[in-house]
Ligand binder design. Structure first.
Ligand code: UD2
Length: 308
C-alpha cells in the first residue's frame, strides 16, 4: 500500500509515519520543514522524503500521477493561528489553495485511492458557546486559519458528493504528545508547560487558568485516523477527535506538579485576545466506529513525562 503523508515530518505526521511504516506501508512524505523537523522521521525505514511545498502544484501533480497512492493524509498547513492573522494570504495559499489543488490532482490521476483524509481543527467552531461541540453544530471561524480550514474541509466533503472521491475530515481538538514543538509561544500549552517543569522555569498562565480544553494524546489521534481510514462508512463524513472530556490548565499544572514533585513558580497575565474559555468535543460519531480513547489526562501526561 502506498501512502502519501503531507506534513509528515511534523508532530502528528511523524507519529502517523511510524504507525503505518510498522505496518509495512510504503510511505511518501512531502514537507517543507517550515514548522517541522526531519529528525522526527529519520529513523523510519521504507519512507521517501521530499522537501517540497504542498502548494507546489506541478510537483504535487507529478507525484500523484507517478505513484497513484492508496491513501493520502493531508496534514501540511500553516499551523499558527497568530501567523494566519499576520499573514492571511499565506494561510489562504497553504491551508486552502494547496488542499484544493490536492483534491483536483487526486480526482484527475488517482485510480486506486481508498481514502483522502483532511486534518481540520476545533478552530472552526470558534467561540461557539454550546458544549460539547458536535460536528453538526454551527461553525464560527474567527481567524483566517479557521476560515481556510473550514473552506478546505468543505471542499473535501464536496469532492466526495460531486465526484465520489473517498474523503474524510477530522477536526482535531488539543493534541499533545512526544515531539510536539515547545519553542514558540503558540506551541501547545502542554508542551510549553512540560518544558518549564523539566527546566525549572516559571510558567505563565494567560488568564486565571480555569479555561478548559479537550486534550487528546497522540496515540488516540492515531487510533482515530486509522479507524476512519479503515471504515468505508467514514467516507464523506466529518468527525471530532478529542476525548469527550475537558481539563483546565490549573489541573494540568497540578498533575505535572504531582508527577515531577516540583513546586514550580508561576504567574498570571492577561488572557490572550480572542481566547476561548471552555472547549471539549462530542465524540459520539467517532465512537460509533469503535473509537475509545485509551489515555485520560493522567495516564497521557504520565506517559509523556516519562518519555521526555
Ligand atoms: C488550539 C490550537 C490552535 C487552534 C485553536 C482553535 C494548539 C497548539 N493550538 O489553540 O491551532 O486550532 O486551538 O481553538 O493546539 N496558555 C497559557 N500559557 C502558555 C500557553 C498557552 O496560559 O504559555 C493558554 C492559552 O491562552 C489557552 C490555553 O492555554 O487558553 C491553550 O492554549 P493552546 O495554544 O495550547 O491551544 P488553543 O486552544 O488556544
Amino acid at each position: 500500500m502506498k501512502m502519501l503523508i503531507t506534513g509528515g515530518a511534523g508532530f502528528i505526521g511523524s507519529h502517523v509515519c511510524e504507525f503505518y511504516a510498522q505496518r509495512n506501508y510504503e510511505i511518501f512524505v512531502v514537507d517543507n520543514l517550515s514548522s517541522s523537523n526531519l529528525e522526527n522521521i529519520m529513523h523510519i525505514e521504507n519512507l521517501t522524503f521530499y522537501q517540497k511545498d504542498v502548494s507546489d502544484c506541478d510537483f504535487m501533480e507529478q507525484l500523484i500521477k507517478e505513484h497513484d497512492f492508496d491513501y493520502v493524509i493531508h496534514l501540511a498547513a500553516l499551523v499558527s493561528v497568530a501567523e494566519s492573522i499576520a499573514h492571511p494570504k499565506i494561510s489562504l495559499k497553504n491551508n486552502l489553495e494547496a488542499s484544493l489543488n490536492l483534491l483536483i490532482n487526486l480526482r484527475k490521476h488517482s485510480k486506486k485511492l481508498k481514502k483522502a483524509l483532511f486534518a481540520s481543527s476545533a478552530a472552526v467552531y470558534g467561540n461557539l458557546e454550546k458544549l460539547p461541540k458536535a460536528p453538526e453544530d454551527q461553525v464560527l471561524p474567527q481567524s483566517p486559519y479557521a476560515i481556510d480550514k473550514y473552506a478546505a474541509e468543505r471542499n473535501f466533503i464536496i469532492f466526495n458528493e460531486l465526484f465520489g472521491l473517498p474523503t474524510t475530515v477530522l477536526r482535531f481538538f488539543n493534541v499533545y504528545g512526544e515531539r510536539q514543538n515547545d519553542s514558540s509561544p503558540y506551541s501547545g500549552v502542554i508542551s510549553i508547560m512540560l518544558h518549564k517543569f523539566k527546566h525549572d522555569e516559571k510558567f505563565i498562565f494567560f488568564g486565571d487558568g480555569t479555561q478548559t480544553r479537550d486534550f487528546v494524546y497522540i496515540a488516540d489521534v492515531i487510533q482515530a485516523i486509522n479507524l476512519v481510514l479503515m471504515h468505508e462508512e467514514a467516507t464523506g463524513e466529518v468527525y471530532n477527535v478529542g476525548t469527550g472530556h475537558q481539563t483546565s490548565l490549573k489541573e494540568i499544572f497540578d498533575v505535572f506538579s504531582e508527577i515531577s514533585k516540583i513546586d514550580l513558580e508561576f504567574e498570571h497575565q492577561d488572557a490572550r485576545k480572542g481566547d476561548i474559555k471552555y472547549s471539549y468535543a462530542e465524540i459520539d460519531k467517532l465512537s460509533h466506529l469503535g473509537y475509545t480513547p485509551q489515555f485520560d489526562i493522567h495516564s497521557g501526561l504520565n506517559n509523556l513525562y516519562k518519555k521526555m
